[in-house]
Design a protein around this ligand. Structure first.
Ligand code: FES
Ligand SMILES: [Fe+2]
Length: 344
């Protein structure tokens, strides 16, 4: 799919250049450079001088991909002819003729790079909002598991909306996180806190059963967790579920726009009950099952990019009052972020 720059969806895709997006887990940055693609741009990420740095992956000498190279001292060395680049992207060695290094003045473009939530985040332009945080990562009360990053053929807003869309639980996730016997969704309050879209969801009974119930130490047949959502715009979500006994289960998911039709989701899960590693597989399998249920549905949605403005009649969507209030408020804000600069 290619979008014309004038289209509303194209404007949204362009606007994403002004926000932080994860491109790797921090733990991936060891002694080798890592390849990443962000908004269609081929990047290389390396830890140089102890700091994560993303740059253009195309070597200015003869175009080889720098992610095939090596980290040598505090430089990134190209695999083809050994040119070395420092953390500012400046070429500091052209081995075939060392004395020409300075006169060549070669360099690769670097991008704003930071680490937070155990992830490496990159912003292609001046970042509009601070980078998202995941406080539970360093909290010793929690058992925290890094999810395996996964790619869906969809756009980032579609992926984010899926995470906070309550009325699909009863159908897509019947028996896991929802039930066909209880499809009703009540309105929730949605508000903004700084750069975060906030809403909570309470009063939804879920059956207490199986290992989770045992690990939680709950005896009731039904319980009502409190679900607190923090959506750092444009598409990172932190969901904290607090059970009636105060125990907590947390999901953190950041959707990253690889290109126009690919979204890579980086994520964590954390729990402060049943924290023994032997129970990890149960929680990992559970989340994997939920994601497998979502994937085909989300990849089927058309158009791939939501239309924030000027949708053609055949592409117009019909949000359901109250049930879709989160979607409506999310799109409202996305639209403001997208068009405030574009029309300025
Ligand atoms: S292509 Fe990179 S050093 Fe020649
Ligand atoms: Fe889902």
């Amino acid at each position: 799919m290619s979008m014309s720059p004038e289209s509303a969806a194209g404007t949204l895709y362009e606007a994403l250049r002004r926000f932080w997006h994860p491109v790797a887990y921090s733990a991936q940055l060891q002694d080798k450079p890592v390849a990443a693609t962000l908004l269609g741009r081929r990047l290389v990420v390396a830890r140089l001088n102890g700091k994560a740095q993303a740059m253009e992956s195309r070597c200015p000498h003869k175009g080889a991909n720098l992610s095939l190279g090596a980290i040598v001292g505090d430089t990134l060395e190209c695999a083809y002819h050994g040119w070395r680049f420092n953390h500012q992207g400046r070429c500091v060695l052209t081995p075939a003729r060392e004395e020409l290094t300075d006169t060549m003045r070669a360099s690769v473009q670097t991008y704003a790079t930071t680490e937070s939530a155990g992830m490496v985040w990159v912003c292609l332009e001046e970042p509009e909002f601070p980078v998202p945080v995941f406080p539970e990562l360093d909290d010793p009360e929690y058992r925290v598991l890094q999810g395996e990053a996964y790619d869906w053929k969809t756009s980032t807003p579609r992926r984010l909306e899926n995470f906070v869309d309550f009325s699909h639980f009863a159908y897509v996730h019947d028996g896991t996180i929802g039930s066909r016997s209880n499809p009703r969704v009540d309105a929730v309050d949605v508000w903004r806190e700084g750069h975060v879209l906030r809403f909570d969801r309470c009063g939804v009974k879920e059956p207490g059963a199986g290992l989770k119930k045992k690990l939680l130490g709950l005896t009731e047949d039904w319980y009502e967790p409190v679900n607190e959502y923090h959506v750092t715009m444009p598409h990172t979500v932190h969901l904290k579920r607090t059970f009636p006994n105060g125990k907590r289960y947390v999901l953190f998911m950041a959707a990253s726009p690889v290109d126009e039709t690919t979204t890579r989701s980086f994520w964590w899960q954390a729990r402060d009950f049943g924290t023994e590693p032997e129970h990890d597989a149960f929680f990992q399998d559970f989340e994997a099952e939920v994601l497998a249920q979502d994937k085909p549905i989300i990849e089927s949605q058309l158009p791939v990019w939501i239309n924030l403005r000027g949708a053609a009649p055949e592409e117009r969507e019909r949000p359901l009052r109250d049930a879709d209030v989160v979607t409506v408020e999310y799109r409202r804000w996305l639209s403001e972020l997208c068009f405030s600069k574009a029309t300025a």
